[in-house]
Ligand binder design. Sequence first.
Ligand SMILES: [Cu+2]
Length: 296
Amino acid sequence: MAREVALLWWVMCGFASVVLLVLTALWVHAMRRAPRRFDAARADTLNRRWLIGGGLLLPSVSVALLLLFGVPAGQRLLPLPLDGEPPLRIEVIGHQWWWEVRYPDSGVVTANQLHLPAGRPVDLQVSSADVIHSFWVPRLGGKIDMLPGRHNRIRLQADRPGRFRGQCSEFCGTQHSHMILDVQAHAEADFQAWLQARREPQVAALPGPPGEVFQARCGQCHRVAGISDGARAPDLSDIGSRKSLGGGVLSNEPGALRRWLREHQRLKPGNAMPLHDDIDPDHLGAIADWLETLTP
Ligand SMILES: [Cu+2]
């Protein structure tokens, strides 16, 4: 898709350059030649010829030519029915300021990361839970608005496995820039393995008082498969396997979760998670260490 868009851009750029060069040449020519005298009738005819030819015909033909090229390219970007196997469906929901990613056919839910198979089309159904966001993975294709109460669809295909950066591209509040989507395209078998590992993750509960604190506080908003059912904040079932925290604020290295839980309002001011000042720091540390182990 990105290739189609880039090709269209180059065609338009080439065409516009030709128009610019021709017009500049005509202009220079007109400046340099000796002026000729015409009678009024001849001047009228010449004026009309330039007006009709240069002002009406040339732009109409140019726009028609560009449309002839652009319309089929635009058509190929639409999620129209395919002849073969239907494309994989993935739902992406924008939140202030994170991405919810759901695989409806397998029940897998994750956040701030989008994993897809390489070499086949994927239909993304995008929407928003609050304000307008916009889904954009520049290296894979066009962007599309994520609107509350409406489902938009975009078809993407990664030709090769690789890692790409996605970014919310509609200003959605103060932490809009900290709304990064980590996109990874895998070979088919690796993608199936990734999905399978998350289908029914076996998570060992955190024992003792820290586990109770998690249930009473964190679990009200966050889901961890088999442990808690919160649905207001990012699903944490595989948080240990994610490359970053807080929508791209921190790289998910050992100890980063401890720092995030202590300093999240300083790292990403205004995010919806309340402060944890009233939680025993040892319990908070134990929760962070436990979350770090949640890798399917
Ligand atoms: Cu945004």
